[in-house]
Design a protein around this ligand. Sequence first.
Ligand code: ZN
Ligand code: ZN
Length: 353
Amino acid sequence: METNNVKAFGTESAQASLNEIKIQRRALTSKDIEIDILFCGVCHSDLHTARNDWGGTIYPSVPGHEIIGRISKVGDAVSKFKVGDLAGVGCLVDSCGVCPSCKKDLEQYCVPGFTGTYNGKDKHLGEYTFGGYSEKVVVDENFVLHIPENLDPAAAAPLLCAGITTWSPLRHWNVKKGDNIAVVGLGGLGHMAIKLAKALGAKVTLFSRSPEKEKDAKDIGADAVVISTNAQQMSSVKAKFDLIIDTVPYAHDVNEYIPTLNVSGTIVMVGYLGPLDPMLNTVPMILGRKSVAGSVIGGITETQEMLDFCGEHNIVSEIEIIKMQDINEAYERMLKSDVRYRFVIDMASLKNN
Ligand SMILES: [Zn+2]
Ligand SMILES: [Zn+2]
């Protein structure tokens, strides 16, 4: 298959820093779209993949799955987009299309597995996919999103992972006006969960360990902040919440939040992959018919629904724009939670380098 050379930023090993490299993008097939990338958000998964924290990273690795740009070329059979459109690509660029999940627009739960935007098995070139830390990307039109033109494209980039990751559970558990919702952790995911739940009409409480986050959380839209290390504050919200979205990205104690769930309530994990420590105590789960659930990103149809909702309600992420060359320093700052609340790379810094 014919390919084109493009500039990207990637790493050759788990220990190496990210540097400029050249990668190949496929020449357009009839259903493909080429996007000239303007901005790419920086997700915790990017860092974990670059450093092989989860195992299975294929090098060289080019992360980035919060991609926004302008369409520069379209294949002959493309019908949903045209050159010049503002478009986005999130965490997945392909799936089998025929399994029960794909048939229900749940490509994120594709049974044989979806193709990740990076480090996924590339069905076209036979190797592995490269993400959005790059000048251009080529994607099948069925995995490309329309971005509302009224949104700031840089601040809209994180909607493609952080936004949909929190939107999908809000919709699945049917959050509506007047519901009491809580969010654990105020980071890239948590701040989007607050904005989206609030726009759906819910009353939103943030659980945090840091009293200094209270002002920010309220500025973003939280109605209340409960300091989870304060026993008195925790007992004041006993049996209050229908749904808790837990965005904490490392092993932590989930048991402390269970008493704050209403009967039949659910706490859904979206930020941490791995065994809980300490273990989950089933007693309050059984005695209150409570659930601990998980959820990952969202399907393409649901992602478009979320983007359209954000367009109508003028919702974007809180961001700090960086140059591509600052990515290694940005990773170090992310590990210290020193970002409010998402880094976004201005891809002009790569193109003009
Ligand atoms: Zn992500
Ligand atoms: Zn499938």
